[in-house]
Design a protein around this ligand. Structure first.
Ligand code: ADP
Length: 406
């Protein structure tokens, strides 16, 4: 009898030792993985594996600290992840994030709260759940969850211990990978600036070295130098603008603005560019004027950017339509084009920094920053921006702004 209980204790200790050994290996891999996506995938798979559950997921707080978004999950396709947010109220992840406490729900039907939205979208059936906060120096960055213990067995203390340890290791690794991404961003910027610079240096060197350059050739070289130098200037300004917006240093200068007027001015500015590409640019204004408390110059910047894309990624003879419509307490501004459309596989990424679709022959090179700047600006106004697109038919960008005046 005594020997029996001693054996049980020893067996338990051995199991724990094996688990700790496994976690040491996990810690080493987490430490070595700097690519955020690979890291997140490893974390969710390990979470499910350690706790013997059907699925694992990581939810991260967005940069404003307002929404919890799925960053990775073993049972969700990466392309579907970004769309999935979980509310802070009445959700397990929201509770864990707000209180900083771990939580186990053995039976979802008996839970006080549970957000069913994700199951509905995924066609998944959550029966039980365990969740721990992801925390660094008391700053909570997200939540690690596992769902449905395999064979519907109950969660154990061992599961909780493993998930807590994994959670604390994972939080540090996620933060490191994010910092690494930031430095990646800087090298991206430098890389992008190098291309026009190389061409400026190359052409000016040729002009300096060659004697008796024919006038026509001289002009062509100078034109290239001028074009590339202007592009370089544009890129530097765009990068700086985005950096200012993202750091929160950019202030909005809000005033009561007639949205029809902003739309009209943006369309007027873009007319020559549209005409040059034989694109018909039409404008549909709101019948009663739509007045909103916005930064006029910034909103102008958003519309010019959307119109410029709608023209750039269009076809000769195509159409671009800009419409301002009040709906309830909001204004809807739409930019519709009959261009080439956006392939579904890149659609979730077009608002990302530096993201650029494939470049086509004869298409002006962009910075890949226009849409991320537009999104920042719209969100700073408390609005939203989204896109719908049918490849081969065209795209529609919709901006929604709250319609309040001072
Ligand atoms: P840029 O235009 O400088 O490349 P943006 O951030 O403005 O950068 O846009 C990102 C990407 O989204 C573009 O490279 C392009 O592939 C795609 N895109 C944006 N607007 C449109 C549009 N109206 N039609 C088709 N593709 C678009």
């Amino acid at each position: 009898m005594v020997a029996n209980s001693r054996d049980l204790v020893i067996a338990g200790l051995l199991r724990r030792l094996a688990r700790m050994q496994q976690l040491l290996i996990v810690a080493r891999i987490l430490n070595e993985t700097l690519d955020l996506e690979t890291l997140l995938r490893y974390i969710v798979e390990t979470a499910a594996d350690l706790t013997q559950t059907e699925a694992g997921s990581v939810l991260l707080l967005d940069s404003k600290g307002e929404h919890l978004r799925f960053a990775a999950a073993t049972n969700i396709k990466p392309s579907a992840l970004r769309e999935l947010t979980v509310p802070m109220e009445n959700s397990v992840a929201g509770w864990v994030l707000t209180t900083g406490k771990a939580m186990t729900i053995p039976d979802i039907h008996r839970a006080d709260f549970f957000y069913e939205g994700v199951d509905e979208v995924l066609g998944f059936h959550t029966r039980s759940i365990m969740a721990v906060p992801l925390e660094i120096h008391e700053r909570r960055i997200g939540v690690l969850e596992v769902v449905n213990k395999i064979g519907d067995r109950p969660f154990t203390d061992d599961d909780m211990e493993s998930l807590m340890i994994l959670g604390s290791l994972a939080a540090v690794s996620i933060e490191n990978a994010r910092l690494f991404q930031q430095s990646d961003l800087i090298s991206d910027v430098v890389h992008e600036l190098r291309t026009p610079l190389t061409s400026i240096i190359g052409y000016s060197k040729m002009l300096l070295m060659m004697d008796n350059v024919p006038a026509a050739m001289q002009k062509q070289f100078l034109e290239t130098i001028h074009r590339e130098a202007s592009r370089l200037g544009d890129m530097v300004n765009t990068y700086l603008d985005l950096a200012r917006l993202e750091s929160g240093r950019a202030q909005l200068h809000r005033e009561d603005v007639d949205l029809n007027e902003v739309a009209r001015e943006a369309a007027e500015l873009m007319h020559p560019q549209a005409a040059e590409r034989d694109i018909e640019l039409t404008l549909e204004l709101s019948a009663p004027a739509c007045t909103a408390h916005v930064d006029k110059a910034r909103l102008h910047q958003v519309l010019v950017n959307l119109l410029s894309n709608a023209i750039k990624y269009n076809r000769p003879g195509g159409k671009v339509h800009l419409a301002v419509t009040p709906i309830g307490g909001q204004a809807r501004i739409r930019v519709q084009d009959t261009g080439e459309g956006i392939p579904p596989d890149i659609l979730p990424y077009i608002f990302d920094k530096f993201f650029r679709g494939e470049e086509k022959e004869g298409q002006a090179k962009g910075t890949g920053l226009g849409l991320s700047i537009a999104k920042q600006i719209v969100e700073m106004h408390g609005g939203s921006i989204e896109v719908q697109s049918v490849p081969g038919e065209g795209s529609t960008f919709t901006v929604i702004l709250p319609l309040e005046t001072s």
